[in-house]
Design a protein around this ligand. Structure first.
Ligand SMILES: [Zn+2]
Length: 299
């Protein structure tokens, strides 16, 4: 709802008349849009941009500006040659042909970038520009898998560029946002917290502090949190009992594959179970570490 309002009130103002000025990056406008997306998702300001956009099925506002420019050019090009705006366009085109940089030459650059044909109508132009941005974003996510970056786990289950159904299915903001945080690695599990220690902890040594007390040295990943750590066993059983009953074949899945399977589900029951697990288990974790006096950051 918040983003719907943003799209229909703030975004049109931010991009007003961008047919003329919208070629540049305009990073401050993008920052504002990204802040709105993070607010809607309920994640912290340092959450990775690609994950925020991918989770919401959104792309930067720049795609709107470039679409506006290309559609405006198509409209001007179709005007009667006796119209003043058509004559002005012809003059700019002539200058551009002689190598001068102007509005038309910049439009030509955009047409090349998005592979726009002279016969493309407004709908096709819009689709081509959006597809270009979506493809770019999915490629960046793939890089996280290839280079084992922060979002490598997220990228392994987020294969489609679309608004995630759980964001609509879970009405409770706290439940929805804790599930979002787990999915996009915007949490304080050691696998992430270890990155920001004074001396960055090697990935393979970011142990779960609860398990470590029992001399069990398990890296506190999202998979460990959801499917392995004994601290959340009773909460976990609520998910697994129902899941194994509804989908018996999942019993044979490894923990990693089970995590991917759960994160890929879109049905209401699984989504609700996951959301409730995340909210309750992160609360259990915070309470436990507060009680034992271990310094962790609240989510
Ligand atoms: Zn543990």
């Amino acid at each position: 709802m918040f983003l719907y309002l943003f799209d229909h009130t703030i975004a049109p103002i931010l991009n007003y008349a961008s047919e003329i000025w919208g070629f540049e990056d305009w990073s401050k406008l993008e920052t504002l849009h990204l802040k709105a997306c993070k607010y809607a998702l309920g994640v912290r300001s340092n959450t990775t941009t690609e994950a925020v956009y991918a989770e919401l099925g959104r792309i930067s506002l720049q795609h709107n500006r470039h679409t506006n420019i290309l559609k405006y050019y198509a409209r001007l090009s179709s005007l009667d040659s006796e119209r003043y705006s058509s004559k002005a366009l012809s003059m700019l085109s002539l200058d551009a042909d002689f190598g001068h940089s102007n509005w038309v030459s910049q439009v030509c650059n955009l047409q090349d970038r998005y592979e726009i044909q002279i016969t493309d109508n407004r709908t096709i132009i819009k689709a081509k520009v959006r597809k270009h941005f979506e493809r770019q974003l999915l490629e960046k996510l793939k890089e996280h898998i290839m280079d084992d970056k922060k979002l490598h786990l997220y990228a392994s289950f987020k294969s489609n560029f679309k608004f995630e159904p759980y964001l609509d299915l879970l009405p409770d903001f706290k439940i929805r946002s804790t599930l979002a945080k787990l999915r996009v690695s915007a949490h304080n599990l050691q696998i992430e917290a270890g990155r920001f220690h004074k001396n960055k902890t090697p990935r393979e040594e970011r142990f779960c502090l609860y398990c470590k007390k029992s001399n069990s040295f398990q890296v506190e990943t999202e998979v460990h949190f959801l499917l392995s750590c004994p601290l959340y066993e009773s909460e976990r059983q609520k998910i697994l009992e129902i899941t194994y009953r509804n989908f018996p074949s999942t019993i044979s899945l490894s923990e990693h594959d089970m995590f991917i399977w759960l994160m890929s589900q879109e049905d209401y029951e699984t989504t609700k179970l996951l959301g409730n697990f995340c909210k309750t288990s992160f609360e259990i974790r915070t309470k436990y570490f507060n009680n034992v006096g271990t310094q962790i950051y609240n989510m």
